[in-house]
Design a protein. Structure first.
Length: 173
């Protein structure tokens, strides 16, 4: 069974991370971390193992646990900067550090715009290490009509990066 970590950092746009969590196929073991700034009430029907962001001794903070991939969506500039600097002071950043150490797939979805020169430098540094920088951007070829369509397109692209089959958006023809 594939194991995926979804983490949210920063309050704005946290709904897309939660929506992605809900759309993940049932056969994937889901682990979820929310930073203090993105705490929301989770739907009790989610099949998810939620972790306290302060618990850096959680199972997912160890390379031996065997997580396959991690996405931070949305990813605040603060979290991105900490990861780029090797700071692992909470479970989100510690889990990201483990993904880098274990050379596992790590996707960051920075939400803030415009990007400052510092943020771009941090993104470049991480991209050079193989981290995938995938902001929540839409493309116009998929003909989104609603906010839900736009979110599905973005989540579908993230699923593509994670190797998860989906039909969440209209593909290029």
């Amino acid at each position: 069974m594939k194991k995926i970590i979804i983490a949210t950092s920063g309050a704005s746009g946290v709904n897309i991370g939660v929506k992605m969590l809900k759309l993940l196929p049932k056969e994937i073991e889901k682990h979820f971390i929310m930073s203090q700034n993105s705490q929301i009430v989770l739907d009790k029907e989610l099949s998810v193992i939620e972790h306290d962001n302060q618990d850096i001794s959680a199972s997912i903070a160890s390379g031996s646990f065997g997580v396959d991939a991690m996405i931070i969506a949305p990813c605040s500039m603060n979290t991105l900067a900490k990861i780029a600097s090797g700071i692992s002071d909470n479970l989100v950043t510690r889990s990201a550090a483990v993904m880098i150490k274990e050379q596992k797939k790590l996707i960051l979805a920075p939400r803030e715009m415009p990007f400052s020169a510092i943020a771009l430098e941090n993104m470049q540094k991480l991209a050079a290490l193989g981290i995938i920088i995938a902001p929540p951007l839409m493309a116009y070829y998929s003909e989104q009509q609603t906010l839900d369509d736009m979110e599905n397109f973005i989540i579908g692209k993230w699923f593509d990066l994670l190797g998860i089959q989906n039909d969440l958006y209209k593909r290029w023809e």
